[in-house]
Design a binder for this molecule. Structure first.
Ligand SMILES: [Zn+2]
Length: 89
C-alpha cells in the first residue's frame, strides 16, 4: 500500500511471440523490448525449478505478457494453457 502501481499492471495479458520481439540486449537471448513502452521484459523463471515461464511483465509499464513460442533460445517453455506456476502442494 502506498506504492504506486505501474500504469499497465492490471491490463489483460498480451500474447506475444518472443522471437518476434526486439531484443533488449545483445548479451541476453531472453531480454526483450516491451512493444508498448520500450521498457524491458527480462524473462521470468520459476524460483524453484528455474524453468523459463511463459508469463512475463514489463519492468517499466507493468504490462503482463504471455509468450506463445514453443521455446526461447533453445529452452522449452511449459505447455500452453498449463498452470501458471506449480502449486505448493
Ligand atoms: Zn512496457
Amino acid at each position: 500500500m502506498g506504492k504506486r502501481k505501474l500504469p499497465n499492471y492490471d491490463k489483460p495479458v498480451l500474447s506475444v511471440t518472443h522471437a518476434k520481439l526486439e531484443r533488449a540486449s545483445e548479451e541476453s537471448a531472453y531480454r526483450s523490448r516491451c512493444p508498448l513502452c520500450a521498457g524491458q521484459l527480462l524473462g521470468l523463471r520459476d524460483q524453484v525449478s528455474l524453468q523459463l515461464l511463459r508469463q512475463d511483465r514489463c519492468v517499466r509499464c507493468g504490462q503482463p505478457f504471455e509468450y506463445i513460442d514453443d521455446e526461447i533460445a533453445g529452452e522449452k517453455l511449459p505447455a500452453a494453457g498449463g498452470p501458471l506456476m506449480k502449486g505448493a502442494t
